[in-house]
Write a protein that binds this ligand. Structure first.
Ligand code: SAH
Length: 528
């Protein structure tokens, strides 16, 4: 029940939003404090604050003022319509809000409360500065950026999954790439998310609960992600700094290659923040250059173009990387993924411990496993279907003084060919590309995985080691284990599991989000 006082006050919108010019009069000729506020359920968050000459905002520089207060935040197109109308010069624009500035003399506590009640009711958002000085500039929410989710969406958010699908979103008020507050049907705030108007993944949660999502939060998470990678003290000059959802930075990838960085922004929301991400990385790490490798096909699902841009400094044609003592020549602009398969680093190291005799590295790319394992083996053959990749394996082998017989070939055919020739190997690596890129492809993918594992087990000598991988997240660990077992049964081989491994520690898995556990790597031993 509202108190008698509140009832008496029953404030009306026009009480607070005065006409242009007239309401600014008290602020003339003086310095005032400009406060841009976004209301949180448990208080008021100041998102920008500055001293300014009142003339600045009576004459129309309010917009620039507020924008620069928030680190020169870009004023996005969603506000264009808002700004075009009559009193545009009265509006403060923060990246997500556009509102009318209202200046008050001495707001009394009760009035302030009533005032908050009004705007909570009417618009859901109001800012009020509790440490009122003589003059305050209040900021009223103009457009609530909100998404309403159904019961299933709410349950999914509660389970910690950051992706909410289109079918679970009832209503959205916001534009492509906006950060929206996510509510249930009763209006309770469940969190804040990136909104995509194209993807089946309509919302990507950034926060759960009342905590707002803003640039400061993104920067904080980038710093935390980098600090964790630094603490790992990996034996490599190339590793992943930010692994998207698993760093609570949905659809952001940042890889480090020596003094250079590669970023990928794979959703509308994260793509809009690319300049902020670049700035944060620049300040944190002072790289010589940052490349935005935004050419993955997944961007098309977001209605984003595939493009590669130099976004800071410079990037040489090739970069020298040392991983566990092996030197690689990496082309950040054209290489697969961001240049190398960084996620396999620790599996290469682990496999090295068992490697012996004749080595066959299938799906070798730039020779990752071949180069890591060859020093422990008598001879090494590496296959890749790509001529460019094979040329790179040869170059890398030469640079490291390692002998590798690198051949262009389709592994499916080559394994059969080797079997016909009655060749035998003591160590075989299978690291194919994702055969199951989507759910529909799982069955066919399973057949592909089984085929190569069966052939490899047949080619393996007793006591031999099979390092077998799958990077299809649609084929989970259990399913992959079943496929490998099937292959072992058909090959009539007794096989022990020596190690079950996954992607490297710089690509951690977020519990409850199976999509982040994509790389499985089993190290198997054939007994007989
Ligand atoms: N093992 C590598 C990464 C492999 S990525 C490493 O440790 O760095 C998968 C590779 O498989 C790609 O280089 C791709 O060109 C190759 N490839 C895809 N299909 C193939 C096929 N049927 N036969 C041989 N190579 C194939």
């Amino acid at each position: 029940m509202p108190s008698a006082f509140e009832r008496r006050f029953q404030p009306q919108r026009h009480d607070f939003v005065r006409e242009p010019r007239r309401d600014d009069a008290p602020a003339h000729r003086e310095h005032v404090r400009v406060v841009v506020l976004a209301r949180q359920a448990r208080g008021v968050e100041v998102v920008a604050q500055r001293r300014a000459d009142s003339d600045d905002f009576v004459r129309g520089d309010l917009l620039a003022l507020a924008a620069s207060a928030e680190h020169d935040a870009a004023v996005g197109s969603p506000f264009d319509d808002v700004l075009r109308d009559g009193d545009a010069d009265r509006r403060i624009v923060h990246r997500r809000f556009a509102g009318r500035a209202v200046i008050f003399h001495r707001v009394t506590e009760p009035l302030q409360r009533a005032f908050e009640v009004l705007f909570q009711k009417k618009t859901g958002v109001i800012g009020a500065n509790r440490n009122s000085h003589r003059r305050e500039l209040y900021y009223r929410h103009y457009m609530a950026l909100t998404a309403v989710v159904g019961v299933r969406g709410e349950r999914r958010i509660a389970s910690g999954h950051p992706w909410i699908y289109r079918s679970d979103v009832a209503d959205v008020s916001g534009a492509a790439g906006d950060i929206v507050s996510v509510k249930n049907a009763r209006g309770r705030t469940l969190g804040h998310a990136f909104f995509s108007d194209r993807s089946q993944i309509t919302l990507r949660m950034l926060t759960v609960g009342e905590r707002a999502a803003n640039v400061a939060l993104i920067r904080e998470r980038i710093s935390a992600a980098i600090a964790f990678r630094t603490s790992l003290a990996l034996d490599s000059t190339a590793f992943r700094l930010v692994h998207g959802e698993a760093d609570l930075l949905p659809s952001l990838v940042v890889d480090r290659y020596g003094d250079y960085l590669v970023v990928q922004t794979l959703s509308q929301g994260m793509d809009r923040l690319l300049p902020e991400v670049v700035r944060a990385l620049d300040e944190e790490l002072h790289p010589n250059g940052i490349l935005a490798r935004n050419d993955p096909r997944t961007r098309l699902l977001e209605g984003l173009e595939q493009r590669v841009d130099l976004v800071a400094g410079e990037i040489p044609e090739t970069i020298d990387v040392v991983e566990s003592g092996v030197r690689y020549d990496v082309d950040l602009r054209h290489g697969q993924k961001t240049g190398l398969f960084l996620d396999q680093r620790e599996n290469r190291e682990a496999a090295r411990a068992y490697a012996h005799g004749r080595l066959l590295d299938c799906f070798s790319y730039h020779g990752g496993f071949a180069l890591a394992l060859a020093p422990k083996c008598t001879d090494t053959i590496a296959f890749d279907v790509s001529e460019d990749a094979v040329a790179r394996i040869r170059r890398n082998a030469d640079r490291n003084g390692i002998a590798v017989d690198a051949r262009v070939g389709n592994v499916f055919d080559e394994l059969r060919g080797l079997e016909r020739l009655r060749e035998r190997f003591d160590t075989i690596v299978l690291d194919p590309p994702a055969f199951a890129k989507n759910k529909g492809a799982v069955e066919k993918a399973a057949a592909g995985y089984k085929e190569i594992n069966l052939r490899a087990l047949k080619l393996l000598s007793p006591g031999g080691i099979l390092v077998t991988c799958s990077c299809s997240y649609n084929v989970n660990e259990g399913a992959f284990a079943d496929i490998v077992l099937d292959a072992a049964v058909d090959a009539q081989a007794h096989v022990t599991v020596v190690e079950k491994r996954m992607q490297g520690r710089d690509h951690p898995v977020l519990l409850g989000v199976p999509e982040t556990y994509y790389l499985k790597c089993f190290i198997l031993r054939k007994l007989a």
